[in-house]
Design a binder for this molecule. Structure first.
Ligand code: MG
Length: 456
């Protein structure tokens, strides 16, 4: 049987891997999976291909008998939240998140607004490839209703969640990546009194301002603008606004795990829970801040759906998050939400002090990243060898949740096979740069030797 779904939904280059024909057939298969009379909420990002793909998806869903409500252009967290809060049976978002403009994707959501569980995806795939096209009779073809006003319910809920604050006097650069966040974040902040300096603020699926991935490389211009505009700080979304990256007033890029640490302090102090759920690749600073505020870190494998699963399993989750700027607020919804993060950071700065002051509370680590080329079929044996080497190493703790992570007194090293490339990643942190580089390079040398011997 063929495969459609990757880590989170279907993703590919428009017109090649992802066509309107595939979208329509996927709509039909999903509609059939839902039993043909479900109510489904759909929405999408600002990409040039989103309307076409969404129309095709809706066409399939209604042909299967489902009634569809279309919220229009909306951040992914908005669609996810609304599926659950408005009581839909399912949902779908047409978006390729942070990928370049030629990409698009379709994420299918269950009634809880989270990505479909793996077994459900398998079943939709089975229907797609094996069952052929099973349409509703003429009298039960579904309806499509447009409901852009639903976005206001999401905006209101975000405002309520964060709580009011006086943003007067704050000057913040907001870079919406010409994506779906452009419709929400600048407006929300302005309503709270923040002076918003908008960058890439008109929805445009060609992404003329920058690539939608909020990486340090892609944000160079925005970082310069924060510095030049005399803003207090800056923030940048990815294309569908489930992520947010911060930029300090002097134009420094803040890695997402440092903002996660900052928000973790808030969540733990607010009594949101005790556990911060984050992948093993996140900075040590998250653990330190969590422990300082009476919480603990639950380490997970890398990937948003896995973080969500672990939050569901955790007994007292306060927050989930990744180093890419995606933070999940479990008592709001189990989806990454860059808009809540945007508001919260403004609130914290308005009430507690500058972003620099807040970040000064987060311990700084030096990250060193490298990798060793390794054919995919050798990866499992290389990792076995790595594990056996670990026994001789003097470390505080070793975890093998995803790759092998060694905790040293003042940092860590993670040896982890890449999921997408013929590569074993070796990276780690330490309090000082020399130690980080020395330790990571030493592990790189060991992995290289193992690969060489196994290939020998
Ligand atoms: Mg995204």
């Amino acid at each position: 049987m063929g495969r459609l779904f990757g880590t989170f939904g279907v993703r590919g280059v428009v017109g090649e891997d992802l066509t309107e024909d595939l979208a329509r057939r996927l709509g039909l298969a999903f509609g059939t999976y839902l039993g043909g009379d479900a109510e489904v909420l759909v929405g999408g990002d600002t990409r040039t291909s989103t309307d076409t793909l969404k129309d095709a998806l809706v066409s399939g869903l209604t042909a299967a008998g489902c009634d569809v409500v279309d919220v229009g252009v909306a951040p992914t967290p908005a669609v996810q939240y609304l599926v659950e809060s408005e009581g839909f049976d399912a949902g779908a978002v047409v978006t390729a998140s942070h990928n370049p403009p030629e990409f698009n994707g379709i994420k299918l959501l269950g009634s809880d607004g989270c990505g479909l569980p793996k077994e459900a995806e398998r079943e939709v795939e089975r229907i797609y490839f094996e069952e052929g096209e099973d349409r509703a009779e003429w009298e039960s073809v579904g309806t499509r209703t447009r409901a852009p006003e639903l976005l206001n319910d999401f905006v209101g809920a975000v405002r309520d969640y964060v709580g009011d604050f006086d943003g007067e006097g704050l000057r913040v650069v907001v870079d919406a990546a010409n994506g779906a966040g452009a419709l929400v974040t600048p407006r929300l902040l302005s309503e709270l009194g923040v002076e918003v300096v908008s960058v890439n603020a008109h929805p445009d699926g060609r992404f003329p301002g920058r690539e939608p991935e909020p990486s340090e490389e892609n944000l160079k211009e925005t970082m310069r603008m924060v510095r030049a505009s005399g803003a207090d700080f800056g923030m940048a979304h990815d294309g569908d606004a489930d992520r947010l990256i911060l930029i300090t007033g002097d134009g420094r890029f803040v890695p997402g795990d440092y903002s996660l640490a900052l928000i973790s302090a808030w969540a733990l102090d607010e009594g949101k829970g005790r556990q911060i759920v984050t992948p093993v690749s996140s900075s040590m600073c998250v653990q330190e801040v969590a422990e300082e505020h009476g919480g603990e870190v639950v380490w997970t494998k890398v990937g948003e759906p896995i973080v969500v699963e672990e939050i569901k399993r955790a007994d007292d989750p306060a927050l989930g998050g990744e180093e890419n700027g995606g933070i999940i607020y479990p008592d709001f919804h189990l989806s990454r939400n860059g808009i809540i993060t945007a508001l919260l950071v403004c609130k914290l700065v308005a009430e507690e002090g500058s972003l620099d002051d807040l970040l000064a509370e987060v311990p700084q680590y030096h990250l060193h990243k490298t990798g060793v080329e390794c054919p995919d079929d050798l990866k499992p044996r290389v990792m076995e060898e790595v594990e056996s080497l670990v026994e001789e190493e003097e470390v505080e703790e070793v975890i093998t949740i995803d790759g092998v992570k060694l905790f040293y007194e003042d940092g860590w090293v993670l040896v982890r096979p890449s999921g997408t490339e013929p590569l074993i990643r070796v990276f780690g942190e330490a309090r000082d740069e020399d130690t980080a580089v020395k330790r990571v390079e030493e592990w790189k040398r060991r992995v290289e030797e193992i690969v060489r011997e196994l290939q020998g």
